[in-house]
Design a protein around this ligand. Structure first.
Ligand SMILES: NC(=O)c1ccc[n+]([C@@H]2O[C@H](COP(=O)([O-])OP(=O)(O)OC[C@H]3O[C@@H](n4cnc5c(N)ncnc54)[C@H](OP(=O)(O)O)[C@@H]3O)[C@@H](O)[C@H]2O)c1
Length: 339
């Protein structure tokens, strides 16, 4: 079988030098799609001095941004009028095409479209072609990081597109991310994103099946630990919704099959998550996949074991005072009470 990497052909990383634009130089930015990621991105841009117009299918979600200084548009075409930079953060490629397709004609010349949702290789290609037909420069720039990072402006931006667009999108990327990787022609950002997605999804599923790994040790991974805590506490308020995670898992498999590659682990994960979505967990956080792996009782036994371990660590380390209210760390105490 051929050696395969979703991130294959990615060119070496280029670190951008800092940009020192005055607020008056900030672009007018339109954000289409103000879900969890889009709203957080819009707030970061506003905080950084951009003039931001927002549009969302469900208008109330966009209106919540008016208090932060955003103008709320009635239609996508209205949002694009006068914008120098357009950012899309809709759920998937089909929704993005439906929203943007009819509106691009209204864009001023020289404007750039930054596509930041996770839409996969096929849709990135189609959306790029649509931009070409309208004479709009297209930057494929999915992100790594949660809505919390988007709000703090600490995303990792995986940018790819024409060199001529780089200077114009740089201020927006600096507002949104702690780092931008420029990876070459459009499409490469999406390929690297899929490689990262595959790692992230496998990490989540592995954590759901081996909660014990949360105990401190050389195998600890911060992302998995964060999800593990949510799993133990059954806290599934969506940061990254399971239905989006399943969408991403399928994008990974599509990309792999185009290269004739086999990803059996990713296939198993996607099958498992499809079942979880069918069981009604799609709107919950991806951490909810633990529901298929462990009954709540089993999880509480693990949490109890962790509590005992952490408690023993606290007692053997005189530098650590026991947390107030008892000798068990907060998240564990809840499980002890429920035992
Ligand atoms: N959440 C994360 O941690 C994370 C991290 C990295 C990348 N991403 C990616 O970022 C994108 C957005 O994710 P999110 O978490 O912000 O999702 P979300 O909160 O569910 O928001 C989805 C957005 O898409 C809109 N939308 C969906 N279908 C539509 C349609 N047919 N027509 C028009 N608008 C439509 C929604 O509008 P309504 O409000 O009207 O439903 C909403 O604005 C996804 O591609 C996701 O994979 C997410």
């Amino acid at each position: 079988m051929q050696t395969f990497s979703l991130a294959a052909e990615i060119i070496p990383t280029v670190n951008e030098p800092p940009c020192f634009l005055r607020p008056a130089d900030r672009h007018a930015v339109a954000v289409l799609g103000t879900g969890r990621m889009g709203a957080a991105m819009a707030r970061s841009l506003l905080r950084d001095g951009f003039r931001v117009t927002v549009w969302n299918r469900t208008r109330e979600r966009a209106e919540a941004l008016a208090a932060d200084g955003a103008r709320v548009a009635d239609t996508p075409a209205d949002a694009l009028r006068g914008a120098q930079v357009v950012i899309t953060t809709l759920s998937d490629g089909e929704a993005t095409a439906g929203v943007v397709g009819g509106a691009l004609d209204g864009l001023r010349s020289g404007a750039v479209w930054i596509q930041m949702a996770t839409v996969g290789v096929y849709w990135t290609c189609r959306l790029g072609a649509c931009a070409d037909r309208h004479g709009v420069e297209f930057v494929d720039a999915p992100v790594s990081g949660s809505d919390g990072r988007a709000e703090q402006g600490t995303l990792l931006v995986l940018a790819s597109g024409p060199d001529t667009a780089r200077e114009r999108v740089r201020p927006a990327f600096e507002a949104l991310g702690r780092r931008t990787l420029w990876l070459g022609p459009a499409g490469r950002g999406t390929r690297l994103k899929l490689a990262l997605v595959n790692w992230q999804l496998q990490l989540t599923q592995a954590m759901a099946e081996s909660l014990d790994a949360m105990v401190d040790g050389p195998l600890l991974a911060p992302y998995a630990t964060q999800k593990g805590r949510a799993m133990l506490d059954s806290e599934f308020l969506p940061g990254f919704a399971l239905r989006d995670a399943l969408k991403d898992a399928k994008l990974v498999l599509d990309a792999a099959s185009c290269h004739g590659a086999e990803l059996p682990q990713a296939e198993a994960t996607a099958g498992r998550w499809e079942q979880a979505v069918n069981d009604g967990y799609g709107g919950q956080d991806v951490a909810a996949v633990v529901e298929l792996a462990w009954p709540v009782d089993g999880r509480s036994q693990i949490a109890l074991k962790l509590c005992n371990l952490q408690s023993a660590n606290l007692q053997s380390d005189s530098r650590n005072a026991p947390p107030s209210g008892g000798s068990f760390p907060g998240p564990c105490r809840r499980w002890l009470v429920s035992e």
